[in-house]
Design a protein around this ligand. Structure first.
Ligand SMILES: Cc1ncc(COP(=O)(O)O)c(C=O)c1O
Length: 400
């Protein structure tokens, strides 16, 4: 019998699997399940982007291209990084991959040695620890508390650094908390990272999804030295509603980018060619559809926060998120209370009860390393969102 390797056996199975399987069964049985679990925009890809892919197909752009990305796309990415983030990269420093997730894997694989420690602010996007472990690294968590807006400070980071610390994962805007770091917080963090020569993996995939006057600031743009210590991750999935197309990219110091280009040429090779043409249209074309989507998310966020405020007497709390399309609903006050004689014990259990009794799907906070909350996405229609929140409140009102 073939046994999976030790390396791959250490990867945790997805904790959300049971909940999404149950939600699927309920839907198949005709139930109206409201899903707050979604991690992707509910908007379609803008028409001009879809058209660019069709044009690429119609004009025979169906062959292999350079493994690390079409030169024309790399040029568009360099222009974007320069104009929007103040970052000067040459095309050879850009690697285009199958989604930002793939870019993150490449970046970690290319830089970690066995036993290297990687600092991850917690709550975290659930893929980070698994990628780090699969590359021989050791995840080390720094607790970003709700009291501090789900953000870690430079001092907290410094306190966790050991001789083995190699990297910091820095995700702003953050999934799952929606936290957006300010420029001055980022400058402080950069200073500590430079002092201890840490690589920063800056996951900026939610860059465009910022509300309420905050702005995105790339940690790589702090100084030329910081840029040399940073690998910037971005992509088109979230900003341009292109999750299924699978295109992300990274920008890195030249030796790292070259090593990743070689590795990618022997692993996945190029992202499908038509998607690369679509990504050029996304980056260089009309930005209005993206602005419209961000505006809609902003309106839902406002409404969601207004309703959550009214739900506080039921034992809920939250931290106002400034970015992405998620909010962590703090619900630890509900733990220990009973529903029909059954005690709610943790975030996984709460999500299971919400799904069973209210037909509401949400993601348990424990998936992101934080059992105190459940994650609600507002990438669903306003109508469904309000109905879903009403159901959550109904559930909580029955607890004793
Ligand atoms: C923080 C974060 N980084 C990266 C990704 C991956 O994006 P992609 O779909 O481009 O692989 C996600 C997707 O959920 C995410 O939430």
């Amino acid at each position: 019998m073939i046994k999976p390797s030790k390396r791959i056996s250490e990867i945790a199975p997805s904790m959300t699997l049971a909940i999404s399987a149950k939600a699927g069964e309920l839907k198949a049985a005709g139930e109206k399940v409201i899903s707050f679990g979604v991690g992707e925009p509910d908007f379609g890809t803008p028409a001009h982007i879809v058209q660019a892919a069709k044009d690429a197909l119609d004009s025979g752009k169906t062959k292999y291209v350079a493994a690390a990305g079409l030169p024309a796309l790399k040029k568009s990415i360099c222009k974007k990084l320069k104009e929007e983030n103040g970052l000067d990269y040459e095309p050879a420093q850009i690697i285009v991959s199958n989604g930002a997730k793939h870019s993150i894997f490449n970046a970690v694989f290319a830089t970690l040695e066995e036993g290297d420690e990687v600092l991850i602010p917690k709550p975290y996007w659930l893929t980070y620890p698994e990628v780090i472990k699969s590359c021989g690294g050791v995840p080390v968590y720094i607790y970003a508390t709700p009291r501090h807006g789900y953000k870690v400070t430079a001092a907290q980071i410094e306190a966790m650094i050991t001789p083995k610390t190699k990297m910091l994962i820095f995700n702003s805007p953050c999934n799952p908390t929606g936290a957006v770091y300010t420029e001055s917080e980022i400058r402080d963090i950069a200073e500590v990272c430079l002092k201890h020569n840490l690589i920063v993996l800056a996951d900026e995939i939610y860059e465009k999804l910022i509300y309420g006057g905050e702005t995105h600031f790339s940690i790589a743009s702090v100084s030329p030295e910081m840029k040399e210590n940073t690998i910037v991750i971005n992509g088109v999935s979230k900003s341009y509603a292109m999750t299924g197309w699978r295109l992300g990219y990274l920008a890195a110091p030249l030796p790292v980018a070259k090593a990743i280009a070689s590795f990618q040429s022997h692993s996945t090779s190029n992202v499908n060619t038509m998607t690369q043409y679509a990504a050029i249209a996304a980056l260089d074309g009309d930005q209005q559809p993206m602005y419209d989507m961000v505006k809609a998310f902003g309106e839902r966020r406002e409404k969601m926060l207004e309703v959550l405020e009214g739900m506080k007497p039921l034992g809920f709390d939250y931290v106002k998120p400034d970015g992405a399309f998620y909010v962590m609903l703090l619900c630890y006050d509900l733990y220990g209370k009973s529903f029909n004689g059954e005690k709610v014990h943790d975030s996984l259990h709460l999500c299971d009860l919400l799904l069973t009794y209210e037909k509401v799907a949400a993601t348990p906070g424990i998936c992101f390393g934080d059992d105190d909350a459940i994650r609600l996405s507002y990438a669903l229609s306003m109508e469904d969102m309000l109905e879903g929140l009403r159901r959550i409140a109904h559930f909580a009102s029955q607890l004793k």
